[in-house]
Design a protein around this ligand. Structure first.
Ligand code: AMP
Length: 482
């Protein structure tokens, strides 16, 4: 089923509610589709032609999501950008993607040399003014699963970030697969508290609900108190691991408070087995962990019915093939992107001869066939010619009493190439000496794997999706103090 066919199914009941906002605004499926049609018409009137990129850097809003659907309806290419990007980064993206229109928050400085429209987070701005002048009855472009629907720039922790080209078919297949796998129905009320410039909030949460006819309880940002307040109306939550660790800090999170919930999903970063366990003990719900990335949408998921194994990301989605070769995770299927924007060499380099995308993630299948992710290939440490997998060391450190979490990185060393370094966060009130951590590791690890240096910090740097930024740690601690 294509996205437009899914929309047709939704429009058979146009008055059912698609999105309920935290400011009280409500969008039925009919109203949402009408808004997307108005945006499509406004963009076309501004001169945008099929295949043109529409760059968008705005605060989270329903309108931002409607813009994606406007692009799908009109053959334009949606290009969302993180609100945290600076003017320098933006100028790189604009130069690389050459969008014909740039939609920004009204308070942002307007770049020159490009058509700019504005959109705020409560339904105002010049885009809205332009949309209001249209009839909103838009004739959709012919459906084509291969057509470009979006370009998402990867977070680019090494070198310049690359634009991943995603097709209409990539989104439709994933929306369909997830709605079925996770048993979404029109009765569902999903708490949506993720940002909408990233694949998780923009596509996974939104398209899955759109494909099933359910409702989004749309929050502008994630705040524990707000989630606790809206919880009684919800049936499902999709989040990054930080959502779950923060929710666990709230005493109100109990079996009773979550008894009407049927599903908690986690992804975008590893959910610690300990968090999984604690959440289960507190609520009786086993968080369902899944694995995906910007380039591939979702690849694997723990089962809906059946054992959800902590520390694993489950099995391949129905039409997706996942394999592990020489420790590297590779995927193929209708969910996998078309290549990197204007970068055929990079695209070729990241696909195997038989068409699998090399994710750059390392992993293995456990004895029950569940995929376990053991880190990123680029985080692998090579010290004195030996390979050290950071996760192996991190797991041992994390298991020590008094340790909250850790990140193990390789830092440049003239002698060994890299030396193993552990950045450790202690639990509140705990005290643990670096020498004791090293001593205890030496009992369990070959000496080349043992960190030569332990750095105790208050917290690890994380991006908005909850991923630990090892590149930031490498930069911060890469130069040894003299
Ligand atoms: P992004 O493209 O920003 O969505 O980042 C994708 C990367 O996040 C993947 O390549 C993985 O390294 C990581 N990731 C996503 N989901 C998980 C998960 N459930 N467990 C561990 N890592 C994950």
């Amino acid at each position: 089923m294509t996205l437009l066919e899914i929309a047709q199914a939704r429009l058979r009941d146009p008055d059912s509610i698609f999105i309920e906002c935290d400011d009280g605004r409500i969008f039925t499926y009919g109203q949402f589709w009408h808004l997307a049609g108005q945006f499509a018409q406004a963009l076309v009137s501004e001169g945008a032609k099929p295949g043109d990129r529409i760059a968008v850097q705005v605060e989270k809003s329903v309108e931002a999501i409607a813009l994606f659907y406007a692009c799908v309806r009109s053959g334009l290419v949606f290009l969302p950008m993180n609100t945290a990007y600076t003017a320098n980064e933006i100028s790189y993206f604009l130069g690389d993607a050459e969008p014909s229109i740039f939609i920004i928050s009204p308070e942002k400085p307007q770049p020159t040399g490009i058509r700019v429209l504005t959109l705020d987070d409560v339904g105002g701005g010049t885009l809205i003014d332009a949309a209001r002048q249209t009839a909103g009855v838009f004739e959709d472009i012919a459906d084509d699963a291969e057509r470009m629907a979006a370009i998402l720039y990867t977070s680019g922790t090494t070198g310049k970030s690359k634009g991943a080209i995603l097709s209409v078919g990539n989104f439709a297949s994933n929306a369909h697969a997830l709605a079925q796998l996770w048993q979404f129905t029109p009765q569902d009320r999903l708490i949506h508290a993720l940002p909408v410039y990233h694949t998780h909030g923009l596509f996974v949460a939104t398209n899955t609900v759109f494909a099933s006819g359910g409702r989004l309880l749309f929050r502008r940002k994630f705040e524990v108190e707000d989630i606790m307040r809206v919880l009684p109306q919800a049936t499902a939550l999709m989040g990054v691991p930080t959502f779950y660790t923060r929710l666990l800090q709230n005493k109100g999170l109990t079996r009773d408070a979550t008894k009407h919930m049927r599903l908690f999903v986690s992804g975008s970063a590893p959910l610690l087995a300990e968090t999984h366990k604690e959440f289960f003990e507190r609520t009786g719900h086993a968080v369902l962990e899944r694995y995906g990335m910007t380039e591939t949408n979702m690849n694997t998921s723990n089962p809906y019915a059946g054992e959800r194994r902590a520390g694993t990301v489950g099995m391949a989605l129905p039409e997706t093939d996942v394999r592990v070769r020489e420790g590297g995770i590779e995927v193929k299927g209708p969910n996998v992107f078309k290549g990197y924007w204007r970068n055929p060499e990079k695209t070729r380099a990241e696909f195997t001869d038989d068409g699998y995308f090399m994710t750059g993630d390392l992993g293995h299948f456990d004895e029950k066939g569940y995929l376990v992710i053991s880190g990123r290939a680029k985080d692998l440490i090579i010290t004195g010619g030996f390979n050290v997998y950071p996760k192996e060391v991190e797991e041992l450190i994390d298991a020590m009493p008094g340790v909250l979490e850790s990140a193990v990185i390789g830092l440049p060393d003239s002698d060994f190439g890299e030396t193993v370094t552990a950045v450790v966060v202690l639990k509140t009130g705990a005290s643990l000496a670096s020498a004791d951590i090293i001593l205890s590791l030496k009992l369990n690890l070959a000496s080349f794997k043992c960190p030569k240096r332990i750095i105790i910090v208050d917290e690890l740097p994380r991006n908005a999706m909850g991923k630990v930024q090892k590149n930031v740690l490498r930069q911060t601690y890469g130069v040894r103090p003299v």
